[in-house]
Design a protein around this ligand. Sequence first.
Ligand code: SPD
Length: 425
Amino acid sequence: MASLGRHIIVEYYNCSPELLNDVVHIEKSMENAAEEAGATIINSTFHHFSPYGVSGVVVIQESHLAIHTWPEYGYASVDLFTCGDTVNPWVSYQMLKDSFQAGHGSAVELKRGEMALLKRKNFDVKAMRDEKSSEDGDPIRTRDVWFTERDDKIALSLKHDGKLYDVQSDYQRVEVYNTQAYGNMLTLDGMVMTTEKDEYVYHEMITHVPLLTHPDPKRVLIIGGGDGGTAREVLKHENLEEVVMVEIDDKVIEASKMHLPTIAQSLDHPKLNLIIDDGIKYVNDAADGSFDLVIVDSTDPVGPAEGLFTVDFYKEVHRILSADGLMITQSESPRFNSKVFKEIYQTYRGIFGQDNVHCYLAHIPTYPTGMWSFSYSSKGSANPMNLKPTEEVDAFVKANRLRYYNADLHKAAFALPNFVKEMIG
Ligand code: SPD
């Protein structure tokens, strides 16, 4: 039966889940499969969805190859659509089966556009072709590979040129992508942690807000923060006597030192006591009143960071704070993680007291919704509005070339939109 095109609808079962969740591997496999089949690639676009799944299309001069994967089922569905006689889609079928280590593959071939049912119209092809494409000669090949973090309703995508680091540690999947808009980006279990181009917002806000309002901070504890950005900013305060950082995952530190050097630059600072251990255990074992400031620079409340979002942990933090001590945490996004956001503030107020817990906001473009929050919980007299004299703050900002934080922004960050006020009461 003569036809315009051949459409092979493919299913691959029992594939390697890791390979089906690896957007770079899938992109390469699909492109190789197209080329080996004799196709000419024009464009490709691939998305990884957090936590699992990849979708992508390779547009070829002879039509397209498309894929969607369900790594959690070891399953991939693929469409191989080719026109003309120059491409053999069955070559692609076999290559992809091998490439995904599929235990089983099945495929149905459909003829598309049966010639017997088609009647060719007479028209002037030359006149219909736009001038530009006729002048271009060979098509220009482009590629789009995307990392996507999403929940059921919202997604954030960043185009990247590939992965620089990909290790499954004892705790989580640690990856670094080379993004086109935000430089190198660290993700943990598919969630964006930091990027070279916007990290300063988060790290300046989680550190200078407490350190410029605490009456006399000397001893600082950072829980998490393995990329090093929080430590880098804390260490700009030269009057501190002790800075301890407890990170559970040495792979985060390794990835950051290798691929985020500007963020990780202070991880070997002589004043930093870097401990690779469980932050919860460290806090439980610490003496009463031993820190003036505890910064919880955690991931989101899934995986290894779950325990950092519990009442028991915060009670222990409260215990190890000195009389005027402060606890600062990243407290998720009021828009993206509304439920967790509300719970966090209820919990803190139960421990520190209703009037001693404050929320402040910052704009972080690579976190879901771009609106991110931090909590400021005070055990004693420290208050976020008791900022050091403006001249002192200005001098600090200038000397350290801060790019986000300043005295005006400090005050403004605590001005909350009504919907956020309502959420935390
Ligand atoms: N969803 C993003 C939450 C990230 C919080 N921690 C970031 C670590 C940066 N040091």
